[in-house]
Write a protein of this length. Structure first.
Length: 110
């Protein structure tokens, strides 16, 4: 005879009722071959994610984008050629500032 957690005996008919009740509450099992497949994201969403770009970058990335050394970049910031955003101890360079710098350089050299 089966027993409860507290050790009391359980009548087999009561156990059958409990098991039937539990089965009726659980959802039926679906074979994996019939399980719904995850839908692929819409093309528009994928294209939007692919075109996202950061608003600002940190100093190492800005150095890579501009192609100058750290000292030169800080001189450019000091002269106002490149703008910076300070967030606590983090210095960010807006990409718009880098693009504007190159536009000014391109217009001045022609």
């Amino acid at each position: 005879m089966k027993r409860t957690r507290s050790g009391e005996p359980v009548d087999p008919r009561t156990m059958d009722k409990l098991l039937r009740r539990r089965r009726s509450v659980l959802p039926p099992r679906v074979p994996e071959s019939q399980a719904p497949q995850a839908k692929a994201p819409a093309v528009a969403v994928v294209e939007t994610i692919a075109t996202l770009r950061p608003y600002a970058v940190r100093i190492p990335k800005a150095l890579e984008l501009i192609g100058v050394k750290r000292t030169k970049l800080y001189d450019m910031i000091k002269r106002g050629e490149i703008k910076k955003i300070k967030d606590g101890g983090t210095v960010l360079i807006p990409l718009s500032s880098i693009e504007a710098y190159f536009r000014r350089k391109d217009d001045g050299s022609s």
